[in-house]
Ligand binder design. Structure first.
Ligand code: ZN
Ligand code: ZN
Length: 229
């Protein structure tokens, strides 16, 4: 049976018992691409052209900036500005012309080569995921015993259910069941956390509910919350 992408990493991520194995896959892919863009990828002509055209979103600009290779990032941004942004930003006293610049800015602000590559990789994971479900009992068991998925990846799995072929209905049933059960489980933990702030419950141990809000962040947004000052 051929899959669009290697299956062992999918099993590996299930073994982590996180709130969403697909978020784990996405994080690994993101790490790989960020590393690549500060190393070998920048040397390839086709990739350089794509960077010039698409640039980076704020998240990936910040990730690239956080790594030691500032020269590589600076060269890529310089080229993106030089080839794609500066030709569209020019002096004018004409509103129509200026609004064209607004149109360009809106478009260029919404593109990112790393986001595109991650999405491309994730599409392959969604397809492989459903095919694995169809072909391997051990994978069906892994799903049933998992903590479910974040809302975004839950929606993606539903959209790709047809790839489970003759087991589409069972696939949908298992995915919806495990997600519903685990959202309820986590919401109960969150309630325990809320109730623990009542002095009458101060003697009760918090247990796993101490991290419920962090894990709910993964369920809702695909990432645990972090402080923004
Ligand atoms: Zn996820
Ligand atoms: Zn991005």
């Amino acid at each position: 049976m051929s899959y669009p992408i290697s299956t062992s990493i999918i099993y590996e991520k299930f073994q982590l018992n996180s709130e969403c194995p697909l978020c784990e896959l996405k994080e690994t892919a993101e790490e790989q691409f960020v590393h690549q863009f500060l190393n070998d990828a920048v040397m390839e002509n086709s990739t350089r052209k794509k960077v010039n055209e698409l640039g980076f979103c704020e998240r990936h600009f910040n990730m690239l900036f956080s790594r030691p290779n500032k020269l590589s990032l600076a060269l890529q941004i310089y080229s993106h500005l030089d080839k794609n942004v500066l030709p569209h930003v020019y002096q004018t006293d004409n509103l129509k012309g200026a609004l064209k610049q607004v149109e360009f800015i809106k478009k260029t602000s919404s593109t990112c080569i790393i986001c595109d590559l991650i999405e491309e990789r994730m599409q392959k994971y969604y397809i492989t995921f459903a095919k694995l479900y169809k072909n391997e009992q051990s994978f069906r068991d892994a799903i049933k015993n998992s903590n479910g998925f974040c809302l975004n990846h839950y929606a993606k799995l539903i959209e790709h259910a047809s790839n489970a072929g003759s087991l589409k209905a069972e696939f949908l049933n298992d995915i919806t069941c495990v997600t519903e059960q685990n959202l309820e489980r986590l919401n109960i933990e969150l309630k325990v956390f809320c109730d623990s702030h009542d002095y009458r419950n101060s003697y009760k141990p918090l247990g796993s509910s101490a991290t419920a809000i962090n894990r709910m962040g993964i369920k809702l947004y695909g990432k645990p919350p972090k402080k923004i000052l």
